[in-house]
Design a protein around this ligand. Structure first.
Ligand code: CMP
Length: 550
């Protein structure tokens, strides 16, 4: 895909109202999450010093690790718009409660509990958001773009959020800042009520525990998803390590005041935004493994070089590289997951990922001081630099297999989307069909479907022509782009007519199970398909034979 085509794709994607609304809501969420963390820790520090600050930080971390898989079970049972709105409303309520408790000088334990509730509520959003993205894009090529745009939004919030929190703390104080951030979440909730998607809501036959373990099993029983989980955890262990190491870099290596650490953190954020922009180049790429490997090296190499840099700006530039690499890896991994996981467990799989993100960050932060003591600062930096590339290299085979699993044959996808009732399905469902479709060549005169036989497949004509006959009487002629074989599958009856090739015929076929399971997942498409069947059958009684299908 040329740069010009990618640009055109980006413009088309950004014009999609559902994607814009989704991104807007997500920005409010990222801002509230990042800014409230800063405001809370500073508040706790002011109230009770470093000890209280670390208790408050831990009280936020534990729900952030434990809650996502559980929250995502509920997220998987609601429509995307309901789950997003609910998550934002809960965040708003918990944040406003926390802010009011801070303003009213309620006991610290109350504030901490309310803040922990907010931290738990925050975990509902990202899994649902990531599982919803594939449903608001109109073409598989746009998916990586949606993910790239999400990393800009996230990067932007990590630069703006702490600045806003800092300014707000000075001007109006911690409590009011947190209340305002609650209002931001409420705005996100309002925005997300206007998002419309067709994500099929899976049947919730199993209880909460069953659904929870099914989500965890979806990751642990698939060796390729296990590798993605390991790479994700490695990446966030690096993030956690950096949280600790950066201040030591500033003081020991650069010989500067620890307050300059903020500048280096901002460099990572700015790099993340740049990386998000670079990652738009992944749109339309069939293979994402090279991008993930490249991104991992972009994270690792600058970290090792940081050990020998003695200038602030050089270090800042190296850290911008780290941020950029992280964005590229994130977009690559997210897109791979969205392309391959079954939509029925998507929110739960992203719930497990979210939990690993938090656990990885915590493990990294805990490991940081130990590494510095054992290896010294330069050694600790080199070791930190090695983690992500090493995990990626160990996962290379899995990344390659996931790339192969995710390939969507573009021409087949477009052909299937041109069938009116399939066009009503979410993009991801048509992608799934395209991946499972088989190509069938039929010689002149050969019968594809025989009246009275059991139905096994649904067909769409790629090239050539066919005739539909019943009891030897011609009913219709079909040409390229038209379809047949849906009646027996949808009504569970024998084939209602015979379809034979007029000349050489090229078809795309969908096996009964794939066709039915995908179509019945979306009410609107299923109803439209049923209507098509009824129209066809009704028309047979009215129309004279030999009328072309519409
Ligand atoms: P099915 O009954 O599965 O197999 C034969 C197919 O012929 C049938 O599905 C329809 O796709 C097609 N068919 C039957 N009757 C008509 C019709 N009147 N118009 C168009 N297609 C038809």
């Amino acid at each position: 895909m040329s740069v010009l085509e990618q640009l055109r794709l980006a413009v088309t994607a950004v014009r999609r109202p559902a994607l814009r609304l989704l991104l807007l809501g997500y920005f409010g969420y990222c801002l509230a999450r990042k800014a409230s963390r800063v405001a809370l820790v500073v508040y706790a520090f002011d109230v009770g010093g470093v000890h209280t600050a670390s208790v408050v930080a831990a009280a936020q971390l534990i729900p952030a690790i434990v809650a996502p898989p559980v929250a995502s079970v509920f997220g998987d049972r609601l429509s995307s718009e309901a789950a997003l709105t609910l998550g934002y409303v809960l965040q708003a309520v918990a944040l406003v409660g926390t802010g009011v408790s801070m303003i009213g000088d309620w006991p610290l334990v109350v504030t901490v509990l309310l803040a922990a509730a907010a931290a738990a509520a925050f975990t509902l959003t990202r899994p649902v958001y990531l599982a919803t993205l594939p449903d608001v894009v109109e073409h598989p090529d746009e998916l990586a773009l949606g993910n790239a745009a999400s990393t800009w939004v996230d990067g932007l919030a990590s630069v703006v959020g702490p600045v806003l929190a800092g300014t707000g703390l000075l001007l109006i104080g911690g409590g009011p800042v947190i209340v305002l951030l609650g209002a931001t979440c409420l705005a996100s909730a309002l925005v997300s009520t206007r998002v419309r998607t067709d994500r099929p809501t899976p049947a919730s036959a199993s209880g909460v525990t069953g659904a929870l373990s099914a989500g965890i099993r979806a990751v642990t029983c698939d060796r390729d998803l296990r590798s993605i989980a390991a790479i994700t955890m490695a990446m966030y262990a690096v993030v956690g390590l950096l949280d600790v190491l950066l201040v030591v870099v500033v003081v020991e290596l650069l010989g500067l005041d620890s307050a300059r650490t903020g500048g280096l953190t901002a460099a990572i954020g700015a790099g993340a935004v740049l990386g998000g922009v670079t990652a738009t180049a992944l749109a339309g790429r069939a293979r994402l493994m090279p991008a993930v490997v490249g991104g991992a090296l972009c994270v690792g190499l600058p970290l090792a070089l940081l050990a020998v840099s003695s200038r602030f700006w050089v270090s800042a530039a190296l850290l911008a590289g780290v941020g950029a690499g992280k964005s590229v890896v994130t977009v690559g991994l997210q897109t791979l997951l969205q392309r391959t996981i079954d939509e029925g467990v998507a929110v739960r799989v992203f719930g497990v990922q979210e939990s690993l993100v938090q656990a990885g960050t915590a493990a990294g932060a805990a490991l940081g001081p130990l590494l510095v003591v054992v290896l010294g600062l330069p050694g600790a930096l080199v070791c930190t630099g090695v983690i992500l590339p090493a995990a990626t290299i160990l996962g290379l085979a899995s990344l390659g297999r996931l790339d192969a699993r995710a390939v969507v044959p573009g021409a087949v996808f477009s052909l299937l989307r041109s069938v009116p009732f399939l066009a009503l399905l979410p993009v991801r469902s048509v992608e799934r069909m395209a991946r499972h479709a088989v190509s069938v060549s039929v010689a002149e005169g050969e019968v594809v479907v025989q009246e009275g036989e059991a139905g096994d497949r649904f067909y769409v004509i790629v090239r050539g022509a066919a005739v539909v006959t019943r009891a030897g009487v011609l009913l219709r002629r079909l040409g390229a782009g038209q379809w047949f074989g849906e009646i027996a599958l949808l009504r569970d009856v024998p084939r209602t007519a015979t379809v034979a090739a007029v000349g050489p015929l090229q078809l795309v076929g969908l096996e009964r199970d794939v066709f039915l399971s995908t179509l019945t997942g979306t009410d609107r498409a299923h109803r439209a398909a049923t209507r098509t069947v009824e129209d066809h059958l009704a028309a047979d009684h009215l129309r004279p034979p030999d009328v072309d299908a519409g």
